[in-house]
Ligand binder design. Structure first.
Ligand SMILES: Cc1cc2nc3c(=O)[nH]c(=O)nc-3n(C[C@H](O)[C@H](O)[C@H](O)COP(=O)(O)OP(=O)(O)OC[C@H]3O[C@@H](n4cnc5c(N)ncnc54)[C@H](O)[C@@H]3O)c2cc1C
Length: 382
């Protein structure tokens, strides 16, 4: 990737990969078994400045460029998609607040979020509304002069751990978002139980029963929730997921490359078999293409290019799709060792499936991208 990056970006990435690897390189299997991240991992992310890395400096953040932010997710994704997701969902909520919050919200909430002293989760999905968030039923209503929130959110990443929840609801049929604190007596979280992937992401069902929400905790105007705030949060999320998938793809490839030199069959190293070389070639080529798409997407964001959103969608779509394919191939090449629960290949294989569901499923992104390509073509841009 070096040829795509500046010397400073390369150095930042190299240093972070090393620090994450030294600190947590062997932790992921244990976290998956526990179904969550230990407190010292969360503290480490805070101490490293990862939670606030992408936030503007005026909020106490690191003001990282999109490329640098992407490199951070790549480095985390190599080790654990759950670890990367902790920083991602926090970032989705914090970035949205930084853009659409009020000065009062910035003063009260942002310092804690930027420093990672408080962890944020983002609550959109309900049992009856996932891809189609217009179907949400969680309601913010006025009762005796106070705003109260009622509903149930499901599959909330790090919902079991978060201190601050950014909740999508509807008020008189218009979408609205508001902040709810962990201490709110109406809020309870319970585990979603065992899951296929992102096992350490402490997924929660979040029950909101007569949660009193101060008017100053409503974020953005009524009607902005679905049209502006959710797309803003999802764009941050898709950018992050593309890059974490890139890290996982690189990690799976690396595990395979080690193995094909160590393992022998029918009197040869595995790497000398043509079919294995064919799989390696497809994996390596897609990895190179994935790097190009990720860097192009981030540079478009940094340049405020009009096609930045489309490039993020393209990167998320491509990298997650090839990751799913090659994580399966990595298990195949590793043979019986590939299926060991604690192994890198098995973990990436499980997590890859999830990355094709979150922040817009493969099908939803296809619905968004196809018209973009058609429009680009009609404008003579292909
Ligand atoms: C591990 C994990 C973590 C998550 N974390 C969070 C979180 O932190 N916060 C949060 O709010 N949510 C979270 N989610 C929920 C996630 O965003 C949703 O699962 C996702 O949006 C899809 O919604 P759904 O599962 O209800 O599927 P559905 O929307 O019911 O879709 C079911 C299937 O139908 C397809 N489909 C739906 N509509 C169409 C269409 N129009 N055309 C073609 N195909 C279609 C989908 O692609 C999918 O294959 C998480 C989910 C998982 C698995």
């Amino acid at each position: 990737m070096r040829h795509l990056l500046t010397a400073e970006e390369t150095q930042y990435h190299k240093d972070l990969v090393e620090r994450v690897g030294v600190a947590w390189g062997t932790g992921a299997a244990d976290w998956d078994r526990r179904g969550g991240l230990p407190a010292d991992v969360v503290r480490w992310c805070a101490d490293e400045g990862l939670f606030g890395a992408a936030l503007p400096a005026e909020f106490g953040g690191g003001g990282a460029t999109a490329v640098r932010t992407g490199l951070m997710y790549e480095a985390l994704g190599r080790v654990s998609a759950s670890l990367a997701s902790l920083v991602n969902v926090h970032g989705m909520a914090a970035q949205t607040l930084a853009k659409w919050g009020t000065e009062q919200q910035w003063a009260s909430v942002m310092p804690g979020l930027a420093a990672g002293k408080r962890v944020a989760a983002i609550c959109m999905t309900e049992s009856g509304a996932g891809s189609d968030l217009s179907a949400i039923e969680t309601e913010l209503s006025e009762r005796e002069g106070r705003l109260v929130l009622n509903g149930t959110k499901v599959f909330i990443t790090f919902g079991q751990l978060a201190d601050t929840f950014l909740v999508l609801a509807q008020r008189e049929g218009r979408s609205v978002t508001c902040l709810v604190d962990r201490d709110n007596p109406g809020l309870t979280t319970t585990s979603m139980g065992d899951v296929l992937g992102l096992r350490a992401a402490a997924l929660a069902r979040v029950e909101l029963r007569d949660c009193v929400v101060p008017a100053e905790d409503v974020v953005g105007r009524d009607g902005f929730g679905l049209s502006i705030l959710v797309p803003h949060a999802l764009e941050h999320g898709r950018h992050a997921v593309a890059w974490m998938a890139l890290g996982m793809l690189g990690s799976a490839f690396s595990a395979v490359l080690d193995f094909v030199h160590e393992r022998r069959s029918f009197g040869r190293d595995l790497v000398d078999h043509g079919q294995i070389q064919s799989m390696l070639t497809r994996m390596g080529t897609d990895l190179e293409a994935a790097k190009l798409l990720c860097v192009a997407a981030s540079r478009a964001v940094d340049d405020r290019a009009p096609d930045a959103s489309a490039r993020i969608l393209t990167a998320k779509y491509f990298v997650c799709r090839v990751l799913e394919e090659h994580a399966a191939q990595a298990v195949q090449i590793l043979g019986s060792r590939g299926v060991l629960e604690d192994g890198v290949a098995a973990r990436h294989y499980r997590d890859a499936k999830i990355l094709n569901i979150i922040e817009g499923t493969t099908q939803i992104i296809e619905r968004m991208l196809a018209p973009i390509f058609l429009r680009t073509r009609s404008q003579g841009g292909l």
